[in-house]
Design a protein around this ligand. Structure first.
Ligand code: NAD
Length: 348
């Protein structure tokens, strides 16, 4: 029996990872550790809450005493660390909270794992889930590889870069067995609607403006979240120790083209005339420090572990839209209260 703690399992990507591990590995005991911030929602994993191999633990990774006690009590064999402050816009208005959770929180987990594992690392693994944003911005050409130097531009990416460095340093200094992945933008079900795709789906449903930053020419690579969960499973079990893998969708889109595709699919799903949703597009003042282009070279994970995305962007987007349209209550619940206040401040 393996005991695994997954942090941030009530969030977007974490919920997909928890679901996959609980269902696929009945012989593992999965602990989902999450502080349930505004981005955490137990509704995201309601379907597995009664599974015999699943335990939810509410707690803050910034609280070192709590983390140490938890690790001493359960003697975890593996850590999949996803808990983070994850929204770039929020990192611009409140950078310190990103340092606390993303840097100090990661340090607390590293220290707790190092303490319980001592020097016996057999069968142990610390997996840090990170972002391609640590590499900074690309021009029109080129791709991020695993050896691209770090060059973060936002407080979010700086905090993730810092935590990546600490994970690597614990590997070099103390021999801690670790693996890191840096992934491009995810989209899919259970995505909190402050991020572009769910925000725009929600706004189209409600006939609200679609705020596009700057000239809309920013380019991102997009990956369906369930494909990311498959990659995480593979890297956790088969990735090389003390190594890094880039994960991406081989799927670059300029923001404005993506928004137009989304509008087209939404018009068709909602039975609206072609072009109706596009009229909601509103260009807004650019985000400070906005990176022009991110693009991932995911050939290492493809060659070494045989992973590649399983769905096209059009398919993934359609599945995502269908889910939001048939889960309006989930959407209503997460877009009331504090979210509404944040949204009004940010975009109106
Ligand atoms: P999310 O914001 O949806 O979820 C984060 C989760 O962490 C929430 O459930 C929240 O309650 C929890 N959390 C936050 N602070 C905590 C704390 N102090 N203690 C315990 N739990 C806390 O994030 P996401 O989009 O699912 O991203 C998950 C991870 O993947 C992050 O580390 C992020 O940097 C990384 N990542 C995300 C993307 C993406 O496109 N979303 C891409 C690449 C990497």
């Amino acid at each position: 029996m393996k005991k695994i703690v997954i942090t941030g399992g009530a969030g977007f990507i974490g919920s997909h990872v928890v679901r996959r591990f609980v269902n696929k590995y009945p012989n593992y005991q999965i602990y989902n550790l999450d502080a349930l911030t505004y981005a955490g929602n137990l509704e995201n994993i309601k379907d597995i809450e009664d599974a015999p191999n699943y335990t939810f633990v509410k707690g803050d990774i910034v609280d070192a005493d709590f983390i140490n006690e938890l690790f001493q009590k359960h003697q975890f064999d593996g850590v999949l660390h996803l808990a983070a402050e994850s929204h770039v816009d929020r990192s611009i208005t409140d950078p310190l909270s990103f340092v606390k959770t993303n840097v100090i929180g990661t340090m607390n987990l590293l220290n707790a794992a190092k303490t319980i594992w001592k020097d016996n690392f057999e069968g142990k693994r610390f997996y840090h889930i990170s972002t391609d944003e640590v590499y900074g911005s690309l021009g029109a050409e080129g791709l991020f590889t695993e050896t691209t130097p770090y060059d973060p531009n936002s407080p979010y990416s700086a905090s993730k870069a810092s935590s990546d460095h600490f994970v690597r340093a614990y590997g070099e200094t103390y021999g801690l067995p670790y693996v890191i992945t840096n992934c491009s933008n995810n989209y899919g079900t259970y995505h909190f609607p402050e991020k572009l795709i769910p925000l725009f789906i929600n706004n189209i449903i409600n006939n609200k403006p679609l705020p596009v930053y700057g000239d809309g020419k920013y380019t991102r690579d997009w990956l369906f979240v369930e494909d990311h969960a498959v990659a995480i499973d593979l890297v956790f079990h088969e990735g090389k120790n003390h190594d890094t893998y880039n994960i991406g969708g081989f799927n670059e889109w300029q923001n404005i083209d993506l928004v137009k595709l989304l509008c087209k699919q939404m018009d068709s799903k909602l039975g609206r005339a072609v072009g109706t949703s596009e009229q909601l597009i509103t260009y807004v003042k650019d985000r400070p420090g906005h990176d022009l282009r991110y693009a991932i070279d995911a050939s290492k994970i493809n060659k070494e572990l045989g992973w590649k995305p399983s769905v096209t962007f059009e398919e993934g987007l359609e599945r995502t839209i269908d889910w939001y349209l048939s889960n309006e209550e989930w959407l209503r619940n997460v877009t009331s209260g504090d979210y509404q206040k944040y949204y009004d401040k940010q975009y109106l």
